[in-house]
Design a protein. Sequence first.
Length: 277
Amino acid sequence: MALWMVDQYQISQTRACKCVLLARSMFFYKHHLRDETALKMRIREIASTRIRYGFKRIFTLLRREGFTDNHKRVYRIYRSEGLILRSKRPRRNRSTNHRLERLNHQAINQVWSMDFVQDALFNGERFRVLTVVDNYSKICHGLLVGKSLKGIDVVEELSRICTIEGCKPVRIQCDNGTEFVSKDVDLWAYSNGVTMDFSRPGKPTDNPYVESFNGKFRDECLNVNWFLSLEDAAKKIEDFRWEYNHFRPHSSINDLTPKEFIILHGNTPETLILVIR
């Protein structure tokens, strides 16, 4: 408006600014665009590998990596890049497009899988079981029984298993359950250098090893036992785990038990590297 008055009435810029109540600094101000290429690339990288992470979690990861941009700029870029996955069907399609190829596991304790299985006591009271399986050796590292398992319970079980095994996995495959995407599990994975590999929504085949184990666990333990109490369920489930690891043959590992397979293949160079890690 001030510029139009200067051209139309041939008055000074100072008088034109006074007429429209505009500061002279605003009249001469020129907007300088900031280079946001690096920030955009990093946001897209995080969104492509953590397909279930929203704006707040991405902002937290950026702060961890040293980016000082405020949440408003991050959210603006997050929206402009089309990374918001709020609608139902498009969310699954976009997640599929962002999916990265998984590397094949080639050593013991390189890749673990975990999931939850739900069952009931004799009186109908529900309980849950956290299953943790090694994808290479098929050994079941843990079966945690509880009525209400949360993210902190998952962290404690993973820490216990890592202490017993003397090493940490490179990657853990799991679904998008609230316990697995919790801040407690995210902090544990970040602190221990473990990559959390989440399945695509509606795609249980992305985590086939633990899904196969869950089927065997239900057929051979949950469906053939009555559980009188939570302690009784924990004991019977632990007995099944021992039998599964030490007695039950597995066709995928040449009809060996997981323990026999580990004894035969536990001193390979790849496994020694993981143990040293």
